[in-house]
Design a protein around this ligand. Structure first.
Ligand code: NAD
Length: 320
């Protein structure tokens, strides 16, 4: 390993928003002697060559990982098994495998089933992202001041954990070590459920016009044009989240089923309580509720987690 580099050869598999941002960030910090990348989409590989985000854009996944001392998986969660199967026989014995997947328990099971038992596995999740996807959406500052959660198993080599932690720290992130199950429950309520609500509300609004017209009811129709025109009243933020990568989010919900269903149950109970307060004109209950949530929001701002790009119209608006 060259002294000034944290790793001599880093390979990134999957060059969408997260993978391409990592390649850019690692390059800008000069953290690897060599950066190799691979994506199974030929068009993505061509874009990455044009963008010059890595030293080598490989056409073969086995060549990409060969000789690497760190391999980062940045593919959709349901692709982990097939990727692990393809790279398993081509890895160096002392390689560290890490990833960026938004769910951790299932990732560990998928990777452990396919990788050599002795491999150093340090699963990770940068709680950072945008609603955009693909290599052109990436940017090197994405991880600055954001949390990265590492979920190593009990017997993981401490040196491997420390090296991955150091990499994220150098990219500007704060690192937390957490049990994989706990990670999946925390993210179910802080990230997965909000996305599900956004996906629901946007579809509900869009369906309204068509459904009411189809029923031919003599009722006041809220049109799609109304929804789009007046979306600044809160709806706009939901549409931004609901514009997130469909494939990635399909995988998140399929991979974190138990935790999401638990949080959804709790959410439904609270929604029903609010519904009752409105029906019973219980203003005191509503005011108490909204004051408490405003305090929570203030806490998020004070903790510096409200998003660096929050008050700009930049396409790099905060989301995870
Ligand atoms: P993306 O769709 O932008 O990129 C995924 C890339 O993986 C694509 O270029 C695709 O061609 C490639 N790919 C798919 N299957 C592959 C395979 N079998 N072999 C090689 N390449 C393959 O998605 P993204 O937003 O960068 O998400 C990637 C990972 O990061 C996911 O696991 C996701 O859970 C996690 N993550 C995403 C966000 C976010 O906000 N987008 C945040 C944190 C973590």
């Amino acid at each position: 390993m060259i002294d000034s580099h944290l790793f001599s050869h880093i390979t990134i598999i999957g060059l969408g928003l997260i993978g391409s941002s990592l390649a850019r960030a690692i390059k800008s910090k000069n953290m690897a002697g060599r950066i190799s990348v691979y994506d199974n989409d030929e068009e993505v590989r061509a874009i990455c060559r044009d963008l010059k985000i890595a030293d080598i854009v490989h056409d073969s996944i086995s060549e990409a990982v060969s000789g690497a001392d760190l391999v980062i998986l940045a593919v959709p969660i349901r692709a982990y098994s097939s990727v692990a199967k393809k790279i398993s026989k081509h890895l160096s014995s002392d390689v560290i495998i890490t990833d960026v997947g938004s769910v951790k328990k299932e990732v560990i099971v998928s990777l452990r089933a396919e990788l050599p038992a002795t491999i150093n596995l340090v699963p990770g999740h940068p709680v950072a992202g945008t609603e955009h996807s693909g290599p052109e959406a990436g940017f090197s500052e994405l991880f600055i001041d954001r949390w990265v959660i590492l979920t190593p198993e009990n017997n993981t080599n401490t040196n491997a954990i420390n090296l991955v932690k150091k990499m994220w720290n150098k990219l500007g992130s704060n690192v937390e070590i957490m049990d994989a199950s706990h990670h999946d429950r925390v993210l179910a309520i802080t990230s997965h459920l909000p996305h599900l609500i956004a996906y629901t509300i946007v579809a509900t609004a869009a369906d309204m016009e068509g459904q009411l017209q189809a029923e031919n009811k003599n009722t006041d129709v809220v049109t799609t044009a109304d929804v789009v025109k007046y979306s600044a009243g809160g709806f706009r933020d939901f549409t931004r989240i609901a514009g997130s990568n469909p494939l990635m989010w399909r995988d998140v919900f399929l991979s974190n089923k138990d935790a999401v269903l638990e949080m959804l149950g709790r959410f439904n109970e609270d929604l029903t309580a609010l519904q009752k307060a409105i029906r019973w004109s219980d203003g005191e209950q509503l005011e108490k509720w909204f004051t408490r949530t405003r305090d929570i929001r203030r806490g998020v701002i004070e903790a510096g987690q409200a998003g660096r790009f929050e008050y700009t119209e930049s396409k790099k608006k905060d989301n995870d």
